[in-house]
Design a protein around this ligand. Sequence first.
Ligand code: Z5A
Length: 208
Amino acid sequence: MSGQFITVEGGEGAGKTTQLAFMREYLEQRGHRVTLTREPGGTALGEEIRSLLLGHRHDGMALATETLLVFAARAEHLERVIRPALAAGHWVLCDRFTDATYAYQGGGRGLPLERITILENWVQGGLQPDLTLVFDAPVAVGLERAGRRGAADRFEREETAFFERVRAVYLDRARQDPDRCRIVNADRPVVMVRAEVEAILAKWLGCR
Ligand code: Z5A
């Protein structure tokens, strides 16, 4: 089987990183070679861009700057990590991708979605994830979990309404694209979420 591109999405503290480790284990146990990566980031330059985006040195960043930085990091990531890994037959597991831009810059910050689509078409050239898991939990639940990690990043300082808009866009996109997206109820204990994720992967693998 050729490489597959799987992304995980969701609001803060939805449990993406936790479940990605289980997903990697599940796929490797079935003989797949896995490249686990994240956005923004995934390359040396991308991680530098990530620290500009998440840190507090540039709190007054223009929305266009923020969006272009996200796509600059994505262009590097696609060129240096994602496309080569897929070409080598790896399964790429990516913690956030372009759905996050629609959710955060589009939903959260109000950037017209068609501008994101222009950048998406340019930078991705038609490449889309084969499968996207959207981890969904009430905003308060996710923020409480994320808060356990300590200092808030530039996004985590936003007000609750921002995260409600982010959540709404994620759910909307997932419902509009059911072939690619699965919504996972993340407001349950880790083991229950893991069981659902593995069931989704098992079914999906069975159809490949
Ligand atoms: N961003 C953007 O604006 N535009 C874009 O295009 C992209 C990103 C790609 C970085 O994301 C930021 O970049 C992000 C949007 C923006 N906003 N922020 N902040 P990130 O993925 O690095 O940051 P994050 O969403 O804050 O990730 P996170 O906090 O690491 O959340 P998570 O990965 O979903 O959760 P976790 O680390 O697995 O779990 C968090 C805690 O909850 C931890 O203590 C776990 O042990 C616990 N946990 C996990 N699952 C459970 C369950 N089921 N029950 C109870 N406790 C749990």
